[in-house]
Design a protein around this ligand. Sequence first.
Ligand SMILES: Nc1ccn([C@H]2C[C@H](O)[C@@H](COP(=O)(O)OP(=O)(O)OP(=O)(O)O)O2)c(=O)n1
Length: 120
Amino acid sequence: MGGEVIAEDEVVVDIGLKDLSKKLEEFAKARDWEKYHSPRNLLLAMVGEVGELSEIFQWRGEVDKGLPNWEESDKEHLGEELSDVLLYLIRLADMCGIDLGQAATKKIGKNAIKYPPKAF
Ligand SMILES: Nc1ccn([C@H]2C[C@H](O)[C@@H](COP(=O)(O)OP(=O)(O)OP(=O)(O)O)O2)c(=O)n1
C-alpha cells in the first residue's frame, strides 16, 4: 500500500530500466494487480500492445525517419503505444526474474561477435 508516485507530466531525464521497473511494481501493488501480472498474462498483454502499435503504421505505406509528415497527435499516440510495449516487456522480464538491462547488454556483446563490423 502507498508509496506510489505517479504524475502524468513528470519530467524525467534519462530514466533507467530499474526505475521504470520500480514504478511498475508500485503501480501494480497500489491496485492489488500483482495477481494478474503472471508471465503469460504479461506476454499476451504485450503482444496486444504490439498489435496496437502496428495499427498506427497500418496502411500508411513507407514512413520517413523522424516522421516529418505526421500530426503531433499521431506522434503522441505512437509514444504511448511504444511505452505500453516497453512497460509490459519490463514487467514480464521482472516477473521471470530476468535482469533486462544485464541481459540486453550481454546480447549486444554477443551480436557484435556474431556480426563483426569489418565483415559488412
Ligand atoms: N492489468 C494491467 C492493465 C494495464 N496496465 C498498464 C500497462 C500498460 O502501460 C497500460 C495498458 O492499459 P490498457 O489496457 O488500458 O491499454 P491502452 O492504454 O492501450 O488503452 P486502449 O486499449 O483503450 O487503447 O496500463 C498494467 O500494468 N496492468
